[in-house]
Design a protein around this ligand. Structure first.
Ligand code: BTN
Length: 246
């Protein structure tokens, strides 16, 4: 039985859950109607207006979690949300490595996983998922954003989508613990929006360009550059298509 905290408004569901992480049990979730300071990867903001989407986070502190398999949590989130949205919309939802869901070439969902350590030992991870469901428009600075409503014409129940995604997330985390990260990358490859494309990756002040060739068993992306293959890890990298978002 999962403990779920429903909030009308919060600064960020990730922040809230991180504050509770030391005492709350594994699986605790925070679901908010609105975030006043929603956070994206690489220090970006995440637009989280009331009614526009599912904004939620889940705490992972299973005894089987290690700093190695924690790299797979972002894929558990992506697969869980992709399944939930596919079933709901009957649309082709793709995963843009490592942490976006894409519909019709635009960003539908973003994922932010953060971890707490005790020295070298991983204590917990907080996985935050933001799904644009009902937004009717986005500001001009988000030209690649879309919502399920914009793509299908229907309005969705954001709490239901969050709960459905959380249930599927549990299935994928079991898979991660039992079968390893490689099993998840095997599921992502066929629905990847990234593989086979010309991409530009920016990390640690470095930029490289090449063809996104394959996902490695540890979840890294292998990019074939003119200087040879380079693998990039999901943590601090921004990957963009050479000719747009994907
Ligand atoms: C990204 O694409 O940069 C990641 C976006 C993650 C947004 C979600 S919304 C719920 C959770 N709370 C946050 O503040 N961020 C994540």
């Amino acid at each position: 039985m999962r403990r779920i905290i429903f909030l009308d408004s919060v600064d960020s569901t990730n922040l809230k859950l991180k504050q509770l992480a030391d005492t709350a049990p594994n699986g605790t979730a925070v679901i908010a109607d609105c975030q006043t300071a929603g956070r994206g990867r690489l220090g970006r903001n995440w637009l989280s207006r009331s009614g526009d989407g599912a904004w939620f986070s889940v705490l992972v502190k299973d005894a089987r979690l290690t700093s190695l398999n924690a790299e797979g949590l972002v894929f558990c989130c992506a697969l869980a949300a992709a399944d939930a949205l596919k079933e709901l919309s009957r649309k082709e939802i793709l995963i843009k490595w490592p942490n976006d869901l894409v519909l019709n070439g635009k960003k539908l969902c973003g994922i932010l996983c953060e971890s707490g350590f005790d020295g070298d030992k991983l204590k917990w991870s907080v996985c935050g998922i933001g799904i644009n469901l009902n937004a009717e428009s986005f500001p001009p600075e988000l030209p690649y954003a879309t919502s399920l409503r914009l793509e299908t014409g229907f309005v969705y129940d954001s709490r239901q989508v969050a709960l459905d995604t959380l249930a599927r997330f549990d299935t994928y985390t079991e898979m991660l613990y039992n079968d390893g990260l490689e099993k998840l990358t095997g599921l992502i490859a066929p629905i990847s929006a990234t593989l086979g494309r010309e991409v530009r990756a920016i990390y640690a002040g470095t930029e490289l360009q090449g063809t996104a060739e394959r996902l490695l068993p540890d979840g890294s992306l292998l990019i074939r550059t003119t200087d040879g293959p380079v693998s990039v890890r999901s943590g601090e990298v921004s990957v963009r298509g050479l000719y747009g978002y994907i």
